[in-house]
Design a protein around this ligand. Structure first.
Ligand code: SF4
Length: 224
């Protein structure tokens, strides 16, 4: 019913909050793009269930905070598709800048690529969280250099980074390839995170994975 959420989890993947009583629910917002209908749904659900705070996260998702435990299943159901956020280890989000569709600086279609990649990995499990950032030009508004998988456009095509991290120990992702088409990019991303899936330890994020296994496997382009 909900990609990536185990049905044995009675809280449907909601996270217990600091008060030890209420929960936070993530939404699924591919590429950070919402429709007026999505916003109306979120507003209606928030009012109906007396949700005290809605926060926009760094991953371009909505976080509904302060949800009562007995309301979790109903809130997810009422949210519909946007309530189907993956919370097991896997691709948590694909953030994107507006890219060539709207931004005057854009050189590549970051929104379309973000939607395609988000759909491809929805609900699939990996050893650890994978955050993906896509930018339509080298100004890198999609934070591509500090995401597990970073994709950055230029006039020559897409540049791919792997192993970036913005947490406790920040790391800029390793540049793996440049000048790729969208199809070549999706193929390389598949092979990069396929290798990671096969060789990483449980809960090992991509940056720690590179610390352990090194970066030699990144070039030439890996196969599982
Ligand atoms: S990364 Fe480039 S295309 Fe994307 S929003 Fe920033 S300036 Fe615009």
């Amino acid at each position: 019913m909900y990609p990536g959420i185990k049905m044995t989890d009675t809280t449907y993947g909601a996270k217990l909050q600091r008060d030890g009583r209420t929960y936070a629910i993530q939404t699924r917002i591919p590429a950070g793009v919402v429709t007026p209908e999505n916003l109306e749904t979120i507003a209606r659900v928030a009012k109906e269930f007396h949700i005290p705070m809605i926060k926009i996260t760094s991953g371009q998702r909505f976080l509904l905070m302060g949800v009562q435990e007995q309301d979790i299943a109903a809130v997810r159901k009422e949210l519909g598709d946007i309530g189907a956020a993956s919370i097991t280890p896997g691709v948590r989000y694909v953030q994107s800048c507006p890219g060539i569709s709207f931004c005057k600086n854009g050189t590549q279609d970051s929104l379309s690529l973000a939607r395609e990649i988000s759909d491809e990995y929805a609900g699939k499990e990996f050893p650890g969280k994978i955050k993906i950032g896509i930018s339509g030009c080298p100004r890198c508004c999609g934070e591509s250099r500090v995401r597990d998988v970073g994709i950055m456009g230029s006039a020559k095509g897409w540049t791919i980074f792997f192993g970036g991290h913005s947490g406790f120990i920040a790391r800029q992702g390793e540049q793996v390839a440049t000048g790729l088409s969208s199809e070549e990019t999706r193929d390389l991303v598949r092979r990069l995170i396929g290798y990671y899936k096969t060789h990483a330890q449980p809960k090992e994020r991509t940056s720690r994975f590179l610390d352990r296994v090194g970066t030699a496997w990144l070039k030439p382009c890996p196969s599982e």
